[in-house]
Design a protein around this ligand. Structure first.
Ligand SMILES: Cc1cc2nc3c(=O)[nH]c(=O)nc-3n(C[C@H](O)[C@H](O)[C@H](O)COP(=O)(O)O)c2cc1C
Length: 348
């Protein structure tokens, strides 16, 4: 018998004998319910401890890739800083070289845009060293090490040169974006026309340009197309009643916890994952594809079930389900009035 049931039974017994104790037991039960939910944090903590670290001898592709981006992005950023130029970045440059060595040892793909991006960051950084030489001797070896690596990469075909000039918005961009924002609504009435997977991929590629902490792009998108699988996954989610049955495509957006170096980044999966989701939703809308976010506010055991049913690895956290489809011609949407800016802005 659960603790909750024992407290509930005892409270009934005691309040029958001493009715004045009723408020006390009611409060105890309420707090017990809240406490029970606080235990969900244990599951979060377990996953953070298990997956959110870059320590240990094992070399995994996800972790190495995330760490490589994390290090070379410091060089990319440094090269764009305003103000007087100076030598910088010896530590991240050394770390980048060391991670590239490990990449070679592991035989990971050298045509990966992340790998090539690292090479290009080192190429620009090397030119910077020539212009702003280090004061200490320690960095001399660094320049030679970079030269040796660059000699192996004279024929990069994709243009990943970094940094690059910042673009300028067109006069019509704000208008177009606002129109798109107003057009996007959570749609709950769809036709049976299937959304083309190629179009989904195109939208995902566009959403790839979402910002993420150190550009680690930790999100993943699971696309489900089989009716029975979609039904099984939707049964685990509580917000699709009345319209989920129409879906011929369901997306689950997850974030790979191995992209993060430790528990200080524990909220980052939802921040990066949320930003990506919004970009994807807008990209879909721009393609005329409607969507509806489906919350993933579930107990840990439901989360485990969805990972099993959806073949999602445990180290990926589910950010949300996303219903996608072609809106029915007569689809209606809630007005869902928005707060005015005076209600949400605090000008300091
Ligand atoms: C994270 C998240 C979870 C949501 N979950 C659900 C859901 O489970 N079921 C649903 O019908 N709508 C869901 N929605 C849609 C919201 O109800 C909707 O975005 C909100 O009411 C504003 O309306 P609009 O999207 O049409 O502008 C969710 C939205 C978000 C952002």
């Amino acid at each position: 018998m659960s603790i909750g049931k024992v407290v509930s039974m005892s409270s009934r017994l005691v309040t029958a004998i001493a009715p004045s104790s009723k408020p006390f037991f009611e409060k105890l039960l309420r707090q017990g319910q809240l406490m029970k939910r606080a235990f969900y944090y244990f599951n979060d903590a377990r996953l953070v401890i298990k997956y959110m670290h870059w320590e240990g001898p094992e070399i995994e592709h996800e972790k190495l890739r995330a760490e490589l981006i994390f290090q070379y992005h410091k060089l990319e950023k440094g090269l764009c800083m305003p103000g007087p130029k100076r030598f910088f970045g010896a530590d991240p440059a050394k770390a980048t070289l060391s991670l590239i060595r490990r990449w070679h040892e592991q035989g990971f793909r050298k045509d990966s845009t992340i790998y090539l991006g690292a090479i290009e960051a080192l190429r620009s950084y090397r030119a910077h060293i020539d212009l702003y030489p280090p004061q200490s001797d320690g960095a001399q070896g660094l320049a030679q090490d970079i030269d040796t690596l660059l000699k192996q990469h004279l024929d990069i075909l994709v243009d990943l040169r970094t940094p690059m000039p910042h673009g300028t918005a067109l006069a019509t961009d704000f208008e177009s974006l606002t129109r798109l924002m107003l057009l996007r609504r959570s749609v709950r009435s769809y036709t049976s026309q299937e959304v083309d997977i190629g179009v989904l991929r195109e939208c995902i590629n566009s959403a790839q340009y979402s910002p993420s902490a150190c550009n680690r792009q930790p999100w993943r998108v699971h696309i489900y197309t089989q009716a029975d699988l979609i039904t099984a996954l939707l049964q685990l989610q509580n917000g699709n009643h009345g319209f989920g049955h129409q879906l011929s495509r369901l997306l689950i957006i997850t974030v790979d916890m191995k992209s993060f170096f430790d528990g200080t980044e524990r909220h980052e999966p939802y921040i990066d994952g949320g930003l990506f989701s919004m970009s994807l939703i807008l990209a879909l809308q721009a393609h005329g594809i409607s969507s509806c976010c489906l919350n993933w506010c579930v107990k840990p055991d439901t989360d485990v079930k969805a990972h099993l049913v959806g073949a999602i690895p445990e180290h990926e956290r589910i950010v949300m389900y996303l219903a996608v489809g072609h809106a029915a011609a007569d689809a209606m949407v809630p007005r869902s009035a928005r707060k005015g800016d005076q209600e949400i802005v605090q000008l300091h």
